[in-house]
Design a protein around this ligand. Structure first.
Ligand SMILES: *Cc1c(COP(=O)(O)O)cnc(C)c1O
Length: 363
C-alpha cells in the first residue's frame, strides 16, 4: 500500500503521477547526477516502483520493459562460454526459446529438467546457473526452493527463480536462498491486462550492478507510464490475490468433483507448496476429453474470456496446446481465475462443462 511512495508533504499529491523525461537538467560534472542525468539511466517514477517491489521481494530491484527483457538481462550477461545451465523443462516457454536460439554462440550445455526437487538437485553438479519456475506453468508443479538453493550453491551455481506466478506476496525466493528473482509484472502483479513490465530482484550488490549496466546499455527500460501503472496496481495486489486465489481453489475443488474433468492441477496439492507459499495464485489447470471439448467449454463459459496470459482481474482461459510450446494434452485448459464473485464463477464454469457434454459420469 505505502511502499515506494514519497513522504507526506503539504500540497504534494498522495499518489504522484508519472514523470516523463528524457534528459534532466544537468550542469557541470556528471558524477553523481540525479537519475544518471538521462532517462535510460534512471527515472523517478520507475525508481519508486523499484523501491516498492524491493520491499516485497526483499532485495534490490530493477524494472525492465517486459518479463522477457528481465529474463534476457538475467541470462545473457551471466552466461560464459562452456557454462552448463539447468533450466526447467516445463516452465514458461520463453526461457527455453532464449537459451535455444540466442545462446549457442556461448557453446553452453543446457540440461532441461522437470520441476521435481530431486531431479533438479541431481542436475546441479557442474552447473553454473540453475533456472527454476515454481509453481511451474502450465503444469503447476512445485519444487522446494530451499533444497534447490542448497544444491545449486554446493555445485557453485547461481539459483535464479522466476516468481511471476506466485508474486512476492505468494512466496519470496530471496528469503529461501535464491540469488536472483526474475518476474513478469505483466501478470498478477500488475493484474489488469493492460501493461507489460518485468523486473529482477537480488541481495547481491555486484549482481545488481551487472544487471543495471546491462540495462543502461541495452536500453531495456520500461516507460515511466508503464512503471506508474504497475505501481498504482500494487496497492490492490493483496486484495486481488486473495480473491483470485480463493476462486482458483474453489474451481479446483468443483472441477475435481466433476466426473468429466481429468487431471485437475493446483499448487495446493503439493505439500512443499503449502509450506513455501502464502498464496497459491490464480491458476488452475484441467483436461477435457479432446481439443473439441476444450474449445466447446471455452465458447460456452460466459465469465471466462478466451485469452492467453494470466493473473488479470477478469477470468481468462485457453487451450494451452494451441501454441505448440508445452507438453500438454490436446484438451488441456489453463484457467486464470479473476476476482469475480466466487459463486458466480464456479456456477458459470460448471454450466459451461454441461454444455460441452463433459458429463460422462452420473449427472
Ligand atoms: C509471461 C511470462 C514471462 C514473460 O513476460 P512478458 O512480460 O510477457 O515478457 C516470463 N515468465 C513467466 C513465468 C511468464 O508467465
Amino acid at each position: 500500500m505505502h511502499a515506494g511512495l514519497p513522504d507526506a508533504e503539504d500540497g504534494q499529491p498522495i499518489a504522484p503521477g508519472p514523470v516523463l523525461a528524457a534528459p534532466y537538467h544537468l550542469a557541470g560534472d556528471v558524477e553523481g547526477a540525479a537519475h544518471g542525468g538521462y532517462g535510460r539511466y534512471g527515472n523517478p517514477t520507475t525508481e519508486r516502483l523499484e523501491a516498492a517491489i524491493g520491499v516485497l521481494e526483499g532485495g534490490r530491484v530493477l524494472a525492465f520493459a517486459s518479463g522477457m527483457a528481465a529474463t534476457t538481462a538475467a541470462l545473457l550477461p551471466l552466461v560464459a562460454a562452456g557454462d552448463v545451465l539447468v533450466v526447467c523443462a516445463d516452465g514458461y516457454p520463453g526461457i527455453r526459446k532464449l537459451v535455444a536460439d540466442h545462446l549457442p554462440h556461448a557453446r553452453t550445455e543446457v540440461r532441461l529438467v522437470p520441476t521435481i526437487t530431486e531431479e533438479i538437485i541431481a542436475a546441479c553438479p557442474g552447473a553454473a546457473l540453475v533456472w527454476v519456475e515454481t509453481p511451474s506453468n502450465p503444469g503447476l508443479d512445485v519444487c522446494d526452493l530451499r533444497a534447490v538453493a542448497a544444491a545449486a550453491h554446493e555445485a557453485g551455481a547461481r539459483l535464479i527463480v522466476d516468481n511471476t506466478l506466485a508474486t512476492p506476496l505468494g512466496q519470496t525466493p530471496l528469503t529461501l536462498g535464491a540469488d536472483l528473482v526474475v518476474a513478469a509484472a505483466t501478470k498478477a502483479l500488475a493484474g489488469h491486462s493492460d501493461v507489460l513490465l518485468g523486473y529482477t530482484a537480488t541481495r547481491d550488490e555486484a549482481l545488481h550492478a551487472r544487471l543495471r549496466a546491462w540495462r543502461d546499455t541495452t536500453g531495456a527500460i520500461p516507460g515511466p507510464f508503464e512503471a506508474w501503472l504497475v505501481h498504482r496496481s500494487l496497492a490492490t495486489l493483496n486484495l486481488r490475490l486473495e480473491r483470485s486465489s480463493a476462486n482458483a481453489l474453489a474451481l479446483a475443488e468443483a472441477l475435481r468433483r466433476h466426473p468429466g474433468v481429468n487431471d485437475v492441477r493446483h499448487p495446493a496439492t503439493h505439500a512443499v507448496a503449502r509450506a513455501q507459499m502464502r498464496r497459491f495464485g490464480p491458476l488452475v489447470c484441467f483436461t477435457l476429453d479432446d481439443a473439441a471439448a476444450a474449445q466447446a467449454f471455452l465458447n460456452a463459459a460466459r465469465l471466462v474470456t478466451e485469452a492467453t496470459s494470466f493473473g488479470g482481474v477478469h477470468t481468462t482461459a485457453e487451450r494451452r496446446g494451441r501454441w505448440g510450446t508445452d507438453a500438454v494434452a490436446e484438451g488441456f485448459i489453463r484457467l486464470s481465475a479473476g476476482i469475480e464473485d466466487t459463486e458466480d464463477l464456479v456456477a458459470d464454469v460448471l454450466a459451461a462443462l454441461d454444455v460441452t457434454g463433459q458429463t460422462t459420469g452420473p449427472p
